[in-house]
Design a protein around this ligand. Sequence first.
Ligand code: BG6
Ligand code: MG
Length: 217
Amino acid sequence: MYKALLFDLDGVLVDTAKYHFIAWKKLADELGIPFTAQDNERFKGVSRARCMEILLELGGRTMSEADQIFYRDKKNQIYVGYIRNMGEDEVLPGVTDFLQDAKARGYAIALGSASKNSRLILDRLHLTQYFDAIIDGTKVSRAKPDPEVFLQGAAELGTLPRECIVFEDATAGIQAAHAGGMQAVGIGDSQTLPEADIHVPGFLGVTIENIEAELAK
Ligand code: BG6
Ligand code: MG
């Protein structure tokens, strides 16, 4: 029944969420804005520009567009400094086996990420080969929870939304999948991602067969 799998990147395939957090935290400290791991949940899945706006909201601050661009570029430089040094061991456990197995079973596979650094990360971690389509922050104009990124992925794969399963670690991404008429697997628990159709803590020991069986229940 399902023909295509669409994966978010940060926090689903690779452990980059921690580097986003560290980089935003450094910037927040510089700007004197309190910023916690809980605040960081709101940053997951949303664009860099939107993250900058949320940070300013958290600090009750306003800033000119030019300054916002300056600071979000600065955050990105800090972030890219970390991801350039990532090793293949930072692919999350079980991910490579899961992708290999799904590919061998004939599923079409796409990336659906807000990140403009997606290609750099996939190349760096030797994951690019698994993807039939890569939709990232350089290709979409509307951020999750808008379904654009996943609908574009389904279209590039030549599949219908109802034939797609989305894997997401962010509330905005689960909402985007549903808005696009797709099933959403939450990487995490039901407390953090109450809207997901099913949950897995990660990919270790999980196969696409398990996922399909769970979705059918
Ligand atoms: C998403 C992350 O995948 O990409 C967000 O969950 C991030 O936290 C967004 O803001 C944009 O990433 P980048 O790499 O273009 O700054
Ligand atoms: Mg994510």
